[in-house]
Design a protein. Structure first.
Length: 570
């Protein structure tokens, strides 16, 4: 009997390896860039992309598809897809041409204090702001998707949640990305028994090629479908969340959940070489920082530079440095701090910055005035989804738990994985956060305040026609990744596939070096930069762009080959 079982196990192992091989072959053949005549979805997980396309083909608009994909990814892409986190949506209504921005960023609980993560010696304790219940900001995703649905949805709320419920209840086929990413984080999951039970059934992550079922999450999603967002913020789920987090030392209260509001805001809008760019306003720093950088670069004849050559990298990174310093010093939640919007569009400031740039030698970050006023690398995850429907409506959503799997905490029998977004605040002004960002008091912790984000969902329009939709994860590198795809398209006229695949670099003021993707840059260029005194920091990969761009044949749709997504269109 025993040996029979063993044989069965042996055969099963071969079968499993066969399925694994088959899956990887099948996935290997799927293209990362496609052309679709009518509509399409670019996102980081294929089951969710399928959900989006089905909604579009059934006659739903881009917002319907976005809501369905958003809920589906909370099931199929748990490292960043979520209902326990927050994010931003930008939506362009083709009928009116108006672009709307939805802010469902998490907020600090009422009991949060600016020094809540400080050790006795005054330095911030990153463990506390990154792992477990104290790291959790009051989640915004469910209210955000509900607000977006109320404004632009055409299908019923229940119908849009149905695919996610089915994926959670009946399972979906796991790929090797999910398997490996869970296995790599075994130790952190082990600290939270409820999370470990869900993501390591039988002590192992679900194997590639097998089904992954999430029963608790299915029940939670069914309640949200039936009762609407109030189930999450005032109903039974709220009670379970508060109770569950409290057991782990959390401080989120029923009042925090009840008081949470998603907000519609005025998007950041500016022109760049004849294109109109729409992006996210504070509490994301994305739109304003992108605006400052692009308006400064607009004063240079960029197309005359060698793409990713030494002069180009020096110029772009020096401009980035100047605007990240302003970002880090001035930006925060607009409901708490006064945002100097004019600074990011003022021709005088832009001229002043442009005239200070010298590609032959870097400015020393620590000698910039912002430094005195303020006085890792672990793979993290957020995710972006771009959708265009057959009517030309466009939706761009970036949402996140912050780090991969957020706080690693699932609590209260809800099946919900909670964010660790509190680390996006300056947990101690002047000290670096998870992304090495050194930020000021404008982004210090206050009860009910939104932590500053870099998420940059972006929509591009020309002559009142939709041209592009894009965004990416990557923490502080989000803004510069979106920037480079825009430059590659607008200044260098690359097809989207190339614009996405080109090597990326990034400068965020502090640290005072250019981060660049290993093996994607000419060693002579890097050497030349070093000779000029630029610091260099190799990274394995920067970003996971999900983008759609207009072409003569319809839409070019790209899911960044750096990670796990495959685009779908029709
Ligand atoms: O809002 C932000 O800027 C961060 N929480 C985003 C995190 C992120 O992109 C992680 N992904 N790689």
């Amino acid at each position: 009997m025993l040996s029979g079982n063993k044989r069965l196990a042996g055969n099963f192992r071969y079968f499993f390896l066969f399925v694994l091989w088959l899956t990887s072959v099948a996935f290997g053949q799927l293209p990362r860039h496609i052309i679709a005549p009518h509509a399409g979805v670019a996102c980081a997980e294929i089951n969710a992309a399928r959900v989006g396309i089905q909604i579009l083909q059934q006659g739903g608009n881009a917002m319907d598809a976005m809501i369905a994909v958003g809920f589906a990814m909370a099931v199929t892409y748990p490292r960043a897809g979520n209902i326990g986190g927050g994010g931003f949506i930008l939506y362009r209504d083709a009928r009116t041409g108006k672009v709307s921005a939805f802010d469902f960023r998490e907020v600090a609980p009422a009991a949060a204090r600016y020094d809540m993560y400080w050790r006795a010696d005054g330095t911030p304790d990153p463990q506390k702001s990154r792992l477990g219940a104290l790291a959790v900001g009051v989640p915004g995703t469910v209210r955000g998707l509900a607000l977006a649905h109320k404004r632009f949805g055409t299908f019923s709320w229940e119908r849009l949640l149905q695919p996610a419920i089915e994926l959670a209840r009946y399972g979906f086929v796991v790929d090797s990305f999910l398997y490996r990413s869970l296995e790599n984080r075994r130790e952190r999951f082990q600290q939270f028994p409820e999370s470990f039970r869900i993501f390591f059934p039988n002590g192992q992550p679900p194997r590639p090629g097998t089904l992954f079922i999430q029963k608790d999450l299915a029940i939670t999603l069914e309640q949200i479908a039936r009762e609407g967002p109030d189930a999450f913020y005032t109903g039974e789920i709220a009670a379970k969340i508060v109770e569950g987090l409290k057991k782990h030392g959390g401080i989120i209260s029923l009042d925090d959940l009840r008081n949470y509001r998603a907000k519609e805001r005025e998007p950041i809008k500016f022109t760049y070489r004849g294109y109109t760019i729409y992006s996210m306003p504070p509490p994301s720093s994305g739109g304003l920082t992108l605006q400052g950088i692009l308006k400064t670069l607009e004063t240079f004849p960029l197309h005359q530079f060698e793409h990713n050559g030494a002069d180009y990298m020096a110029l772009v990174s020096e401009v980035e440095k100047q605007w990240y310093a302003k970002r880090n010093l001035y930006l925060g939640d607009p409901d708490f701090v006064k945002i100097p919007f004019h600074l990011f569009s003022s021709p005088e400031v832009i001229h002043q910055i442009a005239s200070r740039i010298d590609p032959r030698r870097p400015v020393n970050s620590r000698e910039m005035p912002e430094y005195n006023q303020i006085r890792q690398q672990e793979s993290t995850h957020t995710t972006h989804i771009s959708i265009v429907d057959a009517h030309g409506n466009a939706a761009a959503m970036t949402y996140t738990l912050n780090g991969s799997y957020g706080s690693f905490l699932v609590a209260g029998g809800t099946g919900i994985l909670f964010n660790n977004e509190m680390d996006d605040f300056s947990t101690r002004p002047g000290h670096p956060n998870m992304y090495g960002l050194v930020q000021g008091w404008a982004n210090a912790i206050e009860p009910g305040k939104r932590m500053l984000s870099s998420m940059t969902p972006t929509i591009v329009v020309r002559d009142d026609q939709l041209v592009g939709v894009l965004g990416t994860p990557g923490g502080s590198t989000i803004i510069t990744s979106v920037l480079q795809v825009l430059l590659n398209k607008i200044d260098f006229h690359m097809p989207l596939s190339q614009a996405v695949e080109k090597g990326r670099f990034h400068q965020q003021w502090i640290p005072d070096s250019i981060a660049y993707e290993k093996d994607r840059f000419d060693p002579d260029v890097l050497q030349e930069l070093q000779r000029r005194g630029f610091g260099l920091m190799p990274y394995s990969k920067i970003g996971d762009i999900q983008a759609i761009w207009k072409t003569d044949a319809g839409w070019e749709i790209s899911s960044d080959p750096r990670r796990s997504g495959y685009p779908i269109g029709y």
